[in-house]
Design a protein around this ligand. Structure first.
Ligand code: ADP
Ligand code: ADP
Ligand code: MG
Length: 458
C-alpha cells in the first residue's frame, strides 16, 4: 500500500502480486493491476525468478521489494539487473556485503565506525563459541548472521546458556533464513536502539535524515518507534548521523538504508547492523523531515539526484509510530488472526495510518501479526504524548485482539513519558498488560442483559 500510494502520487502505474491467501488485501484492490502468485502462502513471495518473470511479462520497468521477504535478497537484485528491470534498492554486491551481519561488521570496522565487541566473523561450533564468550565476558548475544525481525537472537548469561542455545539458534537460522551461520557479540546491558535513516544517489550525494529511537521492543522486535530520539543531545545526533553516512559511503551505498546502533549507558555508540531497504518505521522520519522516502527511492533508482541536500533537512517536532499487531497482550502476545468485524480509522491533526485494515478484512494466519501502523506527529514531546493517547482512543479495531490497549498503558507510564527508556523497558514493566479489556457496545449490552437476566432469576 505504501508503494502503491507513492507511485500514484508520481503518476506511475503499479502492479501488485499476491498469494491466494492475500487475495482480499487492500494492495490488491488499490494497485493498477494485480496478479496471483498461486496457492502457496509463502513460497510464491520467495520465488525471485517468478517475480521477475511476472514483472517482465506485465511490462514493468522497476521492482520495489518492500520490507519483507526478499527485500534484502541480493539474488533478486541480480536477477532484476540481468532481465533489464530496475531494482529499487542498492546494488546486489552491496546487499551481500551489508545484509550479512558479520560482513557488515567488517565493513563498519574498515570505515572507522565502532562496532559491538564480538567474534571475528562467524563461529564454527560450540567449543569455539565458549572460548570466544570467555574472552568477551558474559552476558553475550548469540546471533544468526542473516537474522532479521528479531529472530535468531539469544542472550546468554553463562556458559550453560550458550550450551543450551547453540544448536537451537543454528537450526532456527537454517529454517528461517536458509543460513546456519551464527556469531557472538558482547551484550550491551540495557542499551538504547538508535538507528539512522540514510539516502544516497548515483551522483555522489549521501545524506542522513536523522535518527529513530526503537528501544521499545519485545523479544528484540520493535513495537514503538520515535523520531527524533528524546534521549540524544544535538551533538550526539550530529555525531551518529555522520557515522552512518560514513559507513554508507564506504560501501558505495545507493538508495535508502538504515544504519542501526546501540547506545550504552555511557552514551557510546556501537554499530549493530545495516538494513539495505526501507524499514517498517520509516514514516516517523517522513513526518519530522517532510521527505517522502519511498518517492526518493524511486527517483534515485531512476537515476535522478536526491531532492534534498543535508542542509535542507531540518527536523520539526516529534513523531511516534505504533505497530498495531493482531495479538493478545494479555495472553503472551499470542497472534489473534481472523475477521476484522469493524474498523474505524483515526483522524484529526497529525495522525496518519499506514496499513491494510478495513471492515470485513480477514487477517490471514500465515504471516506476521502487524496489520497497521499508527503514526502521530506533534510539535513537541508533551503534545505528542497527548495526541498519541487521543489517536489510540480514536482508532477502532474489533473482531481481533490488538496491541492498542497495551500501547495506551505504555503512554501512561512515567518512565516512558520522561523520554528516558532502554530496550529492557517492556520486560521491566509486566504490569502494563493488567488493563481492563476495552469491550464493544455489543459485548457490553450482552453482559448487561445477562446480569439483568440473572438478577431477576430468568
Ligand atoms: P528491522 O527490525 O530490521 O526493521 P523489522 O522488524 O522491521 O526489521 O522487519 C521488517 C519486516 O520484515 C517485518 O514486516 C517482518 O515481518 C518481515 N520479516 C522479517 N523477517 C522475515 C522473514 N524471515 N520472512 C519474511 N518476512 C520477514
Ligand atoms: P534484527 O536483524 O533482528 O533487527 P539486530 O541485530 O538489529 O537484529 O538486533 C535486534 C535487537 O536485539 C536490537 O535492537 C537490540 O535490542 C537487541 N540486541 C542485538 N544485539 C545486541 C547486543 N549485542 N547487546 C544488547 N542487545 C542487542
Ligand atoms: Mg535490526
Amino acid at each position: 500500500m505504501r508503494i502503491v500510494r507513492a507511485c500514484a502520487e508520481m503518476g506511475i502505474r503499479s502492479v501488485a502480486v499476491y498469494a491466494e491467501a492475500d487475495r482480499h488485501s487492500l494492495h490488491v484492490k488499490k494497485a493498477d493491476e494485480a496478479y496471483s502468485l498461486g496457492p502457496d502462502t509463502v513460497a510464491g513471495y520467495l520465488n525471485a525468478h517468478r517475480l521477475v518473470n511476472l514483472a517482465v511479462a506485465t511490462g514493468c520497468d522497476a521492482l520495489h521489494p518492500g520490507y519483507g521477504f526478499l527485500s534484502e535478497n541480493a539474488e533478486l537484485a541480480e536477477i532484476c539487473a540481468r532481465r533489464g528491470i530496475t531494482f529499487i534498492g542498492p546494488a546486489a554486491e552491496v546487499i551481500r556485503r551489508m545484509g550479512d551481519k558479520t560482513a557488515a561488521r567488517e565493513t563498519a570496522i574498515a570505515a572507522g565506525v565502532p562496532v559491538v565487541p564480538g567474534s571475528d566473523g562467524s563461529v564454527a561450533n560450540l567449543a569455539e563459541a565458549l572460548v570466544i564468550a570467555d574472552q568477551l565476558g558474559y552476558p553475550v548475544m548469540l546471533k544468526a548472521t542473516s537474522g532479521g525481525g528479531g529472530r535468531g537472537i539469544r542472550r546468554c548469561e553463562q556458559p550453560d546458556d550458550l550450551r543450551r542455545n547453540f544448536d537451537r539458534v543454528v537450526s532456527e537460522a537454517t529454517k528461517a533464513f536458509g543460513n546456519a551461520e551464527v556469531y557472538l557479540e558482547k551484550c550491551i546491558v540495557n542499551p538504547r536502539h538508535i538507528e539512522v535513516q540514510i539516502l544516497a544517489d548515483n551522483h555522489g550525494n549521501a545524506i542522513h535524515l536523522y535518527e529513530r529511537d526503537c528501544s521499545i521492543q519485545r523479544r528484540h522486535q520493535k513495537m514503538i518507534e520515535i523520531a527524533p530520539s528524546p534521549q540524544l543531545t544535538t551533538e550526539q545526533r550530529e555525531y551518529v548521523g555522520r557515522l552512518a553516512v560514513q559507513a554508507a559511503q564506504t560501501v558505495g551505498y545507493r538508495n535508502a538504508g538504515t544504519v542501526e546502533f546501540l547506545m550504552d549507558k555511557d552514551s557510546s555508540f556501537y554499530f549493530m547492523e545495516m538494513n539495505t531497504r526501507v524499514q517498517v518505521e520509516h514514516p516517523v522520519t517522513e513526518e519530522i523531515t517532510g521527505v517522502d522516502i519511498v518517492q526518493e527511492q524511486i527517483r534515485v533508482a531512476a537515476g535522478l539526484p536526491l531532492s534534498y541536500s543535508q542542509e535542507k533537512i531540518a527536523p520539526r517536532g516529534f513523531a511516534m509510530e505504533f505497530r498495531i499487531n493482531a495479538e493478545d497482550p494479555k495472553n503472551g502476545f499470542l497472534p489473534s488472526f481472523g475477521k476484522v468485524t469493524r474498523y474505524f480509522a483515526p483522524g484529526g491533526p497529525g495522525v496518519r495510518t499506514d496499513g491494510a485494515l478495513y471492515t470485513g478484512y480477514e487477517i490471514p494466519p500465515y504471516y506476521d501479526s502487524m496489520c497497521a501502523k499508527l503514526i502521530v506527529w506533534a510539535p513537541d514531546w508533551e503534545h505528542l504524548l497527548q495526541r498519541s493517547a487521543r489517536a489510540l482512543r480514536d482508532i477502532g479495531v474489533f473482531g481481533v485482539k490488538t496491541t492498542i490497549p497495551y500501547y495506551q498503558e505504555i503512554l501512561k507510564d512515567p518512565e516512558f513519558r520522561s523520554g528516558k527508556f532502554d530496550t529492557g523497558f517492556v520486560d521491566a514493566h509486566p504490569e502494563l498488560v493488567d488493563y481492563h479489556p476495552r469491550r464493544s457496545h455489543r459485548e457490553l449490552a450482552a453482559a448487561i442483559a445477562a446480569a439483568i437476566a440473572a438478577s431477576v432469576g430468568l
